[in-house]
Design a protein around this ligand. Sequence first.
Ligand SMILES: [Zn+2]
Length: 332
Amino acid sequence: MTALTRRTVLSGAVAASAATLTLALSSPAQAAAPLSGQQAAGWYRYKVGDIEVTVATDGVNRFKFPDGFVSNQGREQVNAALSAAYLQPAPDMIAIPYCPCAVNTGSRLVVIDTGTGEANFKNSKGAAGQFHGNLKAAGIDRNQVDVVIISHIHGDHINGLLTPDGKPAFPNAEIMVPAPEWKYFTDDGEMSRQTSDRMKGVFAGFRRVFDALGRKVTQYEGGKEIVPGITAVATHGHTPGHMSHIVSSGKSKVYIQADVTNLPIFVRNPGWHLLFDQDAKMAEETRRKVYDMLVAEKMMVQGFHYPFPALAHIEKSGSGYREIAVPWSPVL
Ligand SMILES: [Zn+2]
């Protein structure tokens, strides 16, 4: 056994630094490379039959979660669940990713949800507001997008409809919005009855974005194929008109869930009520129904708030479910 003493370690270190010095003097190209400090472009592509789906992350929002973040659980339980799922940057902190996607059906280029908006890139020091940059990195030209489908009107799904100077970010696209969502959020009576600052903010955000677009949208209903290969499913609860979307081609399908769950801790604990679920009871019923279906049909799910690339298989686990992330495929 070799005894590694302090003396041998030190003399080794001296020898090593002398060698480094010699190298540095004789060959400047051997100098340490500078640290990058930047992540790679965040996009991932996969096929659903003949259709190409490209997930392009909008980044992440890290914050100290408030009391009541899960209304029917204490801070301790939330911390424990985040930690058990290896999803916690630090105690009392939460990191919520955003994963919108583009769907190329072959005849139509579709974007489903739009992230927090390019203006937020600067505001968040690059942590979020990345969607448009990542779409471009994936070779997708926003001017070629034919349709933008919105799942619901929360800011992290609609703010990317506008450029930082308030112009349409997808100038040639038809914007499709769930009809029940549109009815609710355009209703002045509903707006006037809001008491919480958060909900007042949601109404104001909705008006800011869609007024800038001249409220030019196509409303759509659940249970209908709204673009060939993309069917809307009513999954109300998170918001009054929240919708999910099934992309299908041949025998393949993926369920683009939007906010049926937030982070996968709500997959594992479907009975937990997230602060942002407007009708928490309805949201839970929807969640259980959708996840039972995903298990029964063995359908993959694309989770807007799952960690990127946010694509998973779902299994039953105890009284809830668990997500098994789809491994990166180096080929399509
Ligand atoms: Zn969301």
